[in-house]
Each structure stands twice: as C-alpha cells, then as structure tokens.
Design a protein around this ligand. Structure first.
Ligand SMILES: [Zn+2]
Length: 259
C-alpha cells in the first residue's frame, strides 16, 4: 500500500516485512497449525517497522512516500530474488519460503503453486514499487529508498551468516546505489541507540531489479533495528517510547537527504 508523501520528496520508505496478514487461500498452503504459525510470525515479522516509518513520515520536514507491504513475508518475500540468484533459496527461503526459520517444512515445494504466488503477489508488488521510484525520479530527478527492517537479538537458525556480530543498528549499503554521505547521515541519526554495523550482520539494500546497477538516480540504504531495542521479543509487546525515538531518528535521516 502506498501512502503519498510531498510532491517534492524523493524519499520512499520501503517497509516490506511489518505485516502479518496471510490471505485464506495462501494460509491453506501452509503446513503449520495456528500455534506454530503464530510463533513463526513472531520470529519472522519486522513488527512495528510500519509504525516507525509512519512516525518518521509525520515528523519529517518534507513528508516522504511510504510503500508498505500489506501482506506477511510468508506470502512472498519481496526482497528476495524470484529465481536461482537468491542465496537464501538453499535455506528454503527464496521469494516463496518452503521452510520455516527453524528449518521445518512451511509449504510443499510445488513449482506450480510457487509460480502462482510469484505471479499474484511478487510481480505486481515489484512493478508498483518500480513505478513509484520512476515517479519520484520524474518529479525530483532522483529517488532515495530507505529500506526499513528489524531483526531478532539472537540469530534464527536459517540465517546464513549467523556468526556475524549483531550490533543494535545495522546499515545495509550497496557499492553502486548507496552514496557514502547517506551512510554517514544514517550513522549520525542512529548511533545514539548503540553500535552501528555497516553491512553486518545484514548486507545490501533494496533497489528495484529494473533499476539495479543501471540507474544511478536511484539511491538506497537499508536500516535494520535490533528488535530488543523497541519490543519484548517473547510477547511481541512494543516499547512505545523507543518506537517514537526510532521514528524521530529516521525523520532526521530523511531531513538530511532532502536538505
Ligand atoms: Zn526485514
């Protein structure tokens, strides 16, 4: 779902993993009982990142655009490559997950069903986001994607690089699409929450495939917040003051890009 920002804002807050909604027919293809599904959603959802983005949008001097996935990443994960390029495919967690974060079977690896999910959810999502990026380029001469995520304090079994450090904040950058100044601004905005890792433990940031590597007018940076900063990871309950402070810090980063 797109929340419009100011016509003069090049900034798009992309929130791919905050939702828990799973359409009924997609739910039927998931082989977990309700309790196991709830637990998987608690582990895998970047809870409240939509609220951090909403606070930032309200606080920013020039309102950014927001592109928020209305469905759970267990439907499709819009941040994964939809094909064999995806390194997470080996862990059963390409664009259509077939395994849970703990390595149990999430859904049958039925190629036809997977193709259906890609066609119905992945492709339209990617097209809509690429279209919004093009609109911001046309209006502002460029677009800045801030990819908003969170991650658990303790690595989940599926993570491929779980030996890496887990600082409070992780900034993901890309050699082509992330200007060093944007990284500096992000470190400035978030260092008060603790240590800030660059590409550690999570690497890279979202750029639409249609623009990736070819259109330098697309800038992008990923923000990953360690969840224990703002929520109880066992109950799922948020810490309101921390959510607000994170939203304000994100607004600060947005202001630094548009000033
Ligand atoms: Zn995420």
């Amino acid at each position: 779902m797109i929340h419009a920002g100011a016509p003069s804002s090049p900034v798009i807050l992309h929130v791919p993993h905050s939702a828990t909604t799973i359409p009924a027919d997609v739910r039927r293809g998931i082989l977990l009982d309700d309790a196991a599904l709830d637990l998987e959603l608690l582990r895998m959802t970047d809870a409240y990142t939509d609220r951090i983005a909403a606070t930032a949008a309200a606080d920013a001097e020039i309102a950014p655009w927001r592109f928020v996935n209305g469905f759970s990443r267990l439907v499709v994960d819009p941040e994964r490559f939809p094909d064999a390029r995806e390194e997470m495919l080996a862990a059963g967690m390409g664009a259509v997950y077939t395994q849970t974060s703990g390595g149990a079977t999430l859904r049958a690896s039925d190629a036809l069903a997977k193709a259906g999910l890609i066609a119905r959810y992945f492709t339209p999502y990617a097209s809509a986001l690429a279209r919004l990026v093009d609109e911001r380029i046309n209006a502002c001469g460029g677009a800045t994607i801030i990819d908003v995520h969170s991650f658990p304090r303790v690595a989940l079994p599926y993570e491929l690089h779980s030996d890496l450090d887990r600082p409070e904040i992780c900034i993901g950058r890309d050699d082509t699409h992330t200007p060093p100044r944007l990284v500096e601004s992000a470190v400035d905005a978030f260092s008060r929450f603790g240590r800030v890792g660059i590409n550690e433990p999570f690497i890279g940031t979202y750029v639409p495939l249609s623009h990736y590597g070819t259109d330098l007018r697309v800038r992008s940076i990923m923000l990953e917040v360690r969840r224990d900063l703002y929520m109880d990871e066992t109950s799922g309950a948020p810490v309101e003051g921390a959510l607000r402070a994170l939203g304000e810090a994100l607004a600060h980063l947005i202001n630094s890009d548009t000033e």
